[in-house]
Write a protein that binds this ligand. Structure first.
Ligand code: AMP
Length: 404
């Protein structure tokens, strides 16, 4: 069976077509700049890449274009759209309701719409993508896979803020966490790599990309995570501040900063970009730091220090840690970041192997010395594959939903 995975954003749709259960990618691509005069589709199938530039006024048209290229003789991956047995959609917010992936029906659509209040920058676009796919593939099962679902196992003690309780009762203000599909995927892969049952793994998973979060995983379930009510909390990110004293906002408001400016400062102008004044991109910062740029170096240090603090905190939360996992563009590729996070951590049972760490990247590998009590693993994340598996299993494929 073929499963199409869709990730719809504000002006783009990314897609991958999987052959299941082999989980082989048959084709992938994206449509970008939807709604602008110069939209573009980039498509790769069997090693051949094509690009198409034409006006794509809506997500609906983008979906039409994607389906057309998937069946295009010579460039497509299927002879007929009826070969697609399910479509899996990435949805950012599933509130407290969705503890796993689900087949989409009217009730699910209503809920995703309701949770748009909690994720106004994401859920509405995810929903547009789902509706377009439903219209274009009316007989095909549609599945929603939520970024928040893996974290619904976080207990009250970790998901409640010490704010007046009625804010939770009236407005559902609590920690939700994000990147759940990635944390779940790498935790399952970590269990496989160290020969543990997935329900018997204690791990600290660090997703370090442009957005960053850490999760504490006890017996295969998320018990805490650094992102909170929104993705702003926790680690230093490309342009987000992560943890800071919220009273700074009151102080700045008193000085005349309005709400929109403060929002922009915290989400778009802080983090690596804010500290360095150079870039939000770790590769650029590493280069500039090597060339002697002090603020680029400081941004990297602060970034790693914050990850280190969370690894320490989650070591205290878990009763024993089997593995610390690095994933995401930075986690997978920056040996420097892994070294700065993990060095001098033998008291926590972490003994990095500098050579293995320097050589890791782009593939699953262990980067600790053989007798390190806690293993440090580099695992490329694959959220699309996890979504494809969930969709496949929910329409009757082998296995249980969420096995990877
Ligand atoms: P993501 O959001 O997962 O795509 O990750 C993007 C981040 O990964 C950016 O900050 C990139 O600079 C960073 N990144 C990608 N490759 C490397 C690399 N080889 N070394 C350091 N950072 C990298």
């Amino acid at each position: 069976m073929k499963v199409l995975v869709i990730n719809a954003g504000s002006s783009s749709i990314k897609y991958q077509l999987y052959d299941m259960p082999r989980a082989e990618v048959l084709a992938k691509g994206f449509v970008e700049r939807i709604g602008e005069p110069t939209s573009r589709l980039s498509h790769t199938c069997a090693g051949n890449s094509t690009t198409l530039e034409e006006a794509v006024p809506s997500h609906e048209t983008a979906m039409e274009l994607i389906l057309k290229v998937l069946v295009k003789p010579g460039e497509g991956a299927v002879a007929d759209l009826s070969e697609i047995g399910a479509v899996g959609h990435r949805v950012v917010h599933g509130g407290e309701e969705f503890t796993g992936s689900v087949k989409i029906d009217d009730r699910v659509l209503d809920s995703i719409e309701r949770f748009a209040e909690l994720a106004p920058l994401h859920n509405p676009h995810n929903l547009v993508g789902i509706r377009a796919a439903m219209r274009k593939l009316p007989g095909t099962a549609q599945v929603a896979c939520f970024d928040t679902a893996f974290h619904t196992s976080i207990p009250k003690v970790a998901h409640m803020y010490a704010l007046p309780f009625e804010l939770y009762e009236r407005h559902r203000v609590r920690r939700y966490g994000f990147h759940g599909t990635s944390h779940r995927y790498v935790a399952r892969r970590a269990a496989a790599m160290i020969g543990r049952d997935k329900h018997d793994l204690n791990a600290i998973t660090c997703h370090l990309g442009n957005g960053c979060s850490v999760a504490a995983v006890r017996k295969g379930r998320s018990v805490d995570t650094s992102m909170g009510f929104t993705p702003l909390e926790g680690l230093v990110m490309g342009t987000r501040a992560g943890d800071f004293d919220p009273a700074i906002l009151f102080y700045l408001a008193d000085k005349g900063y309005d709400l929109a400016t403060l929002n922009g400062l915290c989400n778009k102008k802080s983090g690596l970009l804010g500290i360095s004044g150079v870039s939000n991109d770790m590769r650029t910062l590493q280069k500039r730091a090597e060339e002697g740029n002090d603020r680029a170096a400081l941004a990297i240090e602060i970034f790693c220090y914050r990850v280190r603090k969370y690894v320490g905190a989650y070591s205290a939360v878990l009763d024993g840690v089997d593995a610390v996992v690095f994933t995401g563009g930075i986690g997978e590729n920056s040996s420097l970041v892994r070294e700065l996070v993990c060095r001098d951590m033998t008291h926590l049972g972490i003994a990095l192997d500098p050579k293995a760490n320097a050589e890791a990247g782009g593939r699953e590998s262990a980067v600790t010395v053989p007798d390190s009590r806690v293993q440090v693993l580099v695992i490329p994340t694959n959220e699309e594959q996890a979504i494809a598996r969930d969709a496949f299993e929910l329409v009757g494929g082998n296995g249980e939903p969420g096995t990877v």
